[in-house]
Design a protein. Sequence first.
Length: 72
Amino acid sequence: MSQVGHHAPLPEGITSPRAKLVYLHIAVSGGASVQELEQTLRMSKLALFGVLDSLESAGFISQVDHRYTCKT
């Protein structure tokens, strides 16, 4: 059985379990919109906007054309 996986390092500054989940999804998927995150992670938009704002303010992610990506 072969196993496909993507390694996404988690920055030490991310401590919230929700923020970790959102960050890792964005990192592994190569970017995501709020709608994609809402559907895939089954989180409310209200919760997502709070997490995304925190991650963006801390410099872990950026938004371009309604898609969030990890900063490299």
